[in-house]
Design a protein around this ligand. Structure first.
Ligand SMILES: *[C@@H]1O[C@H](CO)[C@@H](O)[C@H](O)[C@H]1NC(C)=O
Ligand SMILES: *[C@@H]1O[C@H](CO)[C@@H](O)[C@H](O)[C@H]1NC(C)=O
Ligand SMILES: *[C@@H]1O[C@H](CO)[C@@H](O)[C@H](O)[C@H]1NC(C)=O
Ligand SMILES: *[C@@H]1O[C@H](CO)[C@@H](O)[C@H](O)[C@H]1NC(C)=O
Ligand SMILES: *[C@@H]1O[C@H](CO)[C@@H](O)[C@H](O)[C@H]1NC(C)=O
Ligand SMILES: *[C@@H]1O[C@H](CO)[C@@H](O)[C@H](O)[C@H]1NC(C)=O
Ligand SMILES: *[C@@H]1O[C@H](CO)[C@@H](O)[C@H](O)[C@H]1NC(C)=O
Length: 812
């Protein structure tokens, strides 16, 4: 590390002769009238316990430019914590620092220009001291502090130093990223780049409350204490993973726009990260420049890429982003263009137009017809369409429910950036992509001497979570969040919020009315303040840390499909973990299929078909449309709720993720499901993918057709797996011999064209023969060996083809 300078101890005695007489070999105060020359990196003051030094620090890129700085004496890289003149380094020879008769500390360049001064005031007999806290203070003759460096932080906050309304932390080198208290009293991170300005932390898609902050404490103070607790008056807190006394720490806003807490290893002199503000680096704005896309490598490390048809402006510097390799003229014929899809891609803000409930084709047409449009984002679920002519803050985020399309001339050959698309799985490993990515984002390793310091230390628990979401809004001015932020993507998430435990106790009347009990917990009926009826699920077995829980739940909360039970919000307080769902009028499918022997509960054929189709659509949405890896893992009639119109709504999706014990690969201990509906691969220890849901759906389909429980229907919890019996003789474990025989019999019936014999006799022949045949065939194919099972997408299509009601909501 050639740039890191050491300050030979030999220099120090020489220094002391320049200063007033003192007992200690190192100086910690100087008095009025002192003037010191810069002689190539001179130490001016050392704090009494030697932790901090103050003096002339070489500029990273020039041998003759120096800063007047304070640094950690014992850190290997002499980490700078404060700089007086970050924008105007002084000459390495002939520059001076002096405490003049007026009590002003002045930094003078060799040509006698003032590079910096403390502007302390006049006529006071002052002394300058470097305290053990790292604070450089100027005291007057009465001992009163008239100036201190703690009031003017640069990029670092030290323990006991106050971040207030009057100051801010600014990333060094480019000064684009700022940590500050906003007008509404919330601590925020702002990207203040050359072209755009936007807030990226806490999530601009949520209000202060939803982000776990308060706007009502106007004291605007954030302090890191000596134990490693960083508390802000807006409720944000970050606690060092090694919290406790006796460790040197700092909070620094780094080059990459994130702010982190570091702890010094006193024996090695190396720093390690013990906390960080933004959990998902791609949410930091301005990382990949204009047109650039931030994405995560398979290892979870963020990196920048250019969209198809674009290339880096400056191969050395992502700040400058990407530029098109083509030009678009207005009036060019529409057939000259093609659209290239970047799956899960989105660019934040700057929408040209926004439309709701339109098809992909229409969205494409809007973009084609506007010569301003260079790209659009389309979200299939809602039919949301946003066209754009400026692209900033791009990211590919597997959890984003839409895709980005680039408008390119056909002459431009293009390949999508190698986006990271995790496969479908119940395995928690996928969640690493979205949960904490510990790696620092390295924009330009040449300038980063701290990059090697990274050791990820878990910061679960106390660290305020950076919400996982995507969204958009346009922000031209720092304090001016326009109304448009309330619209667009916001519409989808607006209902989703965090509830307090108290609110839910009140809503449910102290958990009075129990609606049901499941593997994950008990569900209660509740009424919110706005009279909305909800189902509140009290989770019993959440092993996730607060942060992961929040991340997962926020993800689930963003899923919106007519055949999936909508989640309105959650509560996570202390030990309490609750989920708030839409209330679905009728009971679950099992009550109708198996309980109700009376005719008033008998489902008609039309209702059965509609339920089968709706369930298939909901699962297809989970598997294919929305997030490529949500596998339900527990599809059964109990989890299919029915509306008043007998529309199916699938409950409990995504919950398999909440109860996982650890992040090791999926195995028996993480098994979840219900025997009778569980695919053989669960028992055979094969990788789990979306095909487990297809298998379960096949069983449910047979039950819908026959109107009776063909499976054993016993809930298994992870811990009970050992008790599960694998029947002897069954080639594919899991199922009882009876079920396998039943399936064999149905196959035989199919072969003989007698499949309709199994249709629920209670229907007395009132059913659609074609539909019944298709349903039985699909069911049998679902129960096949894994690779031969159809996808939910195919199943939904097949069912729709024989839907005579001509009722086709948009999704397929
Ligand atoms: C050194 O860095 C500063 C900013 O930190 C920059 O303004 C200056 O041009 C650089 N000098 C050289 C010689 O690269
Ligand atoms: C003194 O030198 C610095 C650069 O070292 C320059 O920026 C400044 O303008 C000079 N001031 C005068 C008064 O010449
Ligand atoms: C200057 O004042 C601060 C408190 O205001 C005190 O902690 C420090 O010891 C004083 N230093 C000197 C040299 O008087
Ligand atoms: C406001 O925040 C400050 C600093 O965190 C705290 O001391 C004070 O009690 C808070 N005031 C209120 C009314 O919560
Ligand atoms: C500090 O560094 C030493 C030497 O590298 C290492 O043995 C020790 O485990 C480190 N301590 C901590 C708390 O990381
Ligand atoms: C400190 O970090 C540097 C850079 O990674 C490494 O070479 C060195 O061994 C570390 N020192 C100790 C004592 O761990
Ligand atoms: C899209 O929205 C705009 C208004 O923002 C409207 O004028 C236009 O007709 C809409 N296009 C479609 C296809 O709905």
């Amino acid at each position: 590390m050639p740039r890191l300078f050491f300050y030979p101890v030999a220099l120090l005695p020489l220094l002391s002769t320049l200063l007033c007489s003192c007992a200690s070999p190192w100086q910690s105060t100087i008095s009025t009238g002192t003037s010191l020359q810069v002689d190539r990196g001179k130490v001016l003051l050392v704090s009494p316990d030697t932790t901090f030094s103050c003096g002339f620090y070489p500029s990273g890129n020039s041998t003759n430019a120096f800063y007047f700085s304070i640094w950690f004496t014992h850190a290997t890289d002499k980490t700078v914590v404060w700089t007086a003149n970050p924008c105007s380094p002084v000459n390495g020879q002939g520059s001076r620092i002096s405490l003049n008769r007026e009590g002003n500390l002045v930094l003078t360049d060799v040509n006698d220009s003032t590079a910096w001064e403390s502007k302390t005031g006049w006529g006071k007999h002052t002394t300058v001291a470097l305290l053990d806290t790292g604070n450089l203070v100027i005291n007057d003759s009465t001992g009163k502090t008239v100036w201190q460096s703690f009031d003017l932080p640069t990029n670092t906050l030290l323990p006991t130093q106050h971040l207030t309304r009057a100051n801010k932390l600014v990333s060094q080198s480019d000064s684009y990223h700022v940590l500050y208290f906003d007008n509404d009293n919330v601590l925020r991170l702002l990207y203040n780049g050359p072209d755009i300005t936007s807030i990226y932390w806490p999530s601009p898609d949520y209000n202060a409350l939803q982000n776990g902050r308060t706007r009502f404490n106007s004291s605007k103070i954030a302090v890191l204490d000596r134990e490693g607790k960083f508390l802000s008056s807006d409720g944000f807190k970050m606690i060092a993973s090694d919290s406790g006394l006796g460790i040197q720490r700092r909070i620094t806003i780094d080059y990459d726009g994130n702010f982190r807490m570091y702890s010094l290893n006193a024996s090695s002199g190396n720093w390690s990260i013990t906390g960080q503000g933004v959990q998902q680096m791609c949410y930091v704005h301005g990382l990949c420049g204009k047109n650039g896309i931030c994405e995560y490598s398979p290892a979870g490390r963020p990196r920048c890429t250019c969209p198809p048809g674009y290339k880096m402006v400056d191969p050395e510097n992502w700040d400058r982003g990407c530029k098109p390799t083509f030009s678009i003229q207005c009036g060019q014929p529409q057939e000259d263009f093609q659209f290239v899809k970047v799956p899960h891609g989105d660019f934040y803000g700057f929408d040209l137009t926004s439309n709701k409930s339109i098809s992909l084709g229409e969205c494409r047409r809007i973009c084609l017809e506007s010569c301003m449009c260079i790209s659009f984002t389309y979200k299939a679920g809602e039919g949301l369409c946003y066209t754009k002519n400026v692209l900033y803050n791009g990211q590919v985020y597997p959890y984003f429910l839409g895709d980005n399309y680039f408008k390119l001339p056909k002459s431009v050959s293009s390949t999508s950036p190698a986006a990271n698309h995790p496969g479908i799985t119940c395995s928690p490993e996928r969640s690493k992509v979205m949960v904490v990515s510990a790696d620092a984002y390295i924009k330009n390793s040449d300038h980063i001497s701290w990059a090697y310091l990274y050791i990820f230390a878990a910061i679960l628990g106390a660290v305020e979570l950076f919400f996982i979401m995507t969204g958009w809004y346009v922000l031209f001015k720092m304090h001016n969040i326009p109304k448009s932020m309330e619209e667009g993507y916001k519409m989808i998430t607006s209902q989703f919020r965090r509830f307090t435990y108290r609110e839910l106790v009140e809503a449910t009347g102290k958990f009075k009315e129990e609606l049901g009990k499941g593997g994950n917990g008990v569900v209660y009926r509740g009424i919110l303040g706005d009279k909305k009826v909800v189902a509140v699920k009290k989770l019993t077995d959440v092993r996730k840390g607060e942060e992961e829980f929040w991340a997962e739940v926020t993800l689930i909360g963003r899923i919106n499909h007519m055949n999936l039970v909508r989640m309105y919000g959650f509560c996570s307080e202390g030990q309490h973990r609750l989920l708030v769902y839409e209330f679905v009028e009728n009971e679950s499918l099992d009550r109708y299929l198996f309980d109700g022997r009376g005719t008033e509960r008998l489902l008609s054929w039309g209702q059965r078909f509609k339920i089968a189709l709706g369930t298939a659509r909901g699962l297809a949405y989970l598997h294919h449309e929305c997030l490529e890896w949500i596998v339900h893992c527990d599809v059964k009639p109990e989890n299919i709720l029915l509306t008043r119109e007998f529309e199916a709504k699938i409950a409990d999706f995504g919950l398999s993720k909440l109860s996982e014990r650890d992040s090791s690969s999926l195995n028996f201990t993480q098994m979840r499901g219900t025997t009778g509906y569980m695919a053989p691969e669960w028992v055979m220890n094969l990788p789990i993918d979306a095909k487990v849901d297809v298998y379960s759906f096949g069983v449910v389909l047979l039950e819908i057709v026959t109107g009776s429980r063909v499976s054993s229907g016993v809930t298994v919890d992870e811990d009970e797996m050992g008790l599960m019996q694998i029947p002897s003789g069954a080639t594919e474990g899991g199922e009882g011999v009876g079920f396998m025989q039943f399936v064999q019999a149905v196959k035989q019936m199919l072969a003989n064209g007698a499949e309709l014999d199994i249709v629920d006799a209670r229907l007395k022949g009132h059913f659609n023969h074609k539909q019944a045949t298709v349903m039985v065939k699909i069911a049998i194919s679902c129960l096949d060996e894994r690779s031969k099972r159809p996808t939910m997408d195919q199943i939904a299509r097949n069912l729709m083809e024989c839907d005579d009601e001509d009722y086709h909501p948009a999704y397929f």
